[in-house]
Design a protein around this ligand. Sequence first.
Ligand code: 6PG
Length: 250
Amino acid sequence: MLNPRYLVHTYPDLTALNQAAATYWVEQATQAIAQRAAFHVALTGGSTPQPLYRLLATPEVANKLDWNCVHIYIGDERYVPHDHPDSNYGMVKACMLDQIAIPPENLHPIPTQYEQAHDAAADYAEVLSSIASKTEQVPELDLIMLGMGEDGHTASLFPGTDILQVTDKTVAAVYVEKLASWRVSMTYPTLNRAKQVMVLVSGEGKADILAHILQKDSETLYPIQSVSPAGEMHWFLDQAAAGKLDQSSS
Ligand code: 6PG
């Protein structure tokens, strides 16, 4: 049985997944703009969301939104310059941001010009503090997009890394041994304060771990299982990723 705290949506392929994800994204943006005149969204890196970003930038979809009210953040970043092929912000910019009429001051990339990734994390925490409540001091994003790796990582919260224990910072730097590289990532306090979280997962390589993670009684073993937002957590899956889920009693 699937864990009832998750809202799981399965689509035949990556194209259908991204179309549904785009509809959901636009709905969330429209609602936030109608209620608060602003939509604060954190985008994810990885390959799965790239068709979604391209779709959001098409005139048919982009014209549905007032981009003056949309604020773009990045959930995690590989610690390389934005014009490096590995940069998440560089990818998002090429797929989407360069194609839409969004004011530059609404773009909030994770800085990567510091010598130390820790300084970049502290700088980004300061940026995010502008959308934090005065009392809690944790940023409250309207929507956080996430992906999931085959090892159960999400954002740059990798198994066995120190960042999993961070509770006093909203953004932190982490050295990922198996990638031999530094990353900067939103931490659990930020992910768990989100109004909505959407996770995009595709491909049969993730079917086994996904079946484990989404089941009702699975223990918290993988980093993504500790994401428990204030609002809903929607999983957008393609059939290949969902192939091993027991959906009979979901
Ligand atoms: C990154 C991420 C990471 C990603 C997953 C899934 O910087 O790589 O933000 O958490 O979302 O690794 O990536 P794919 O979509 O490529 O499988």
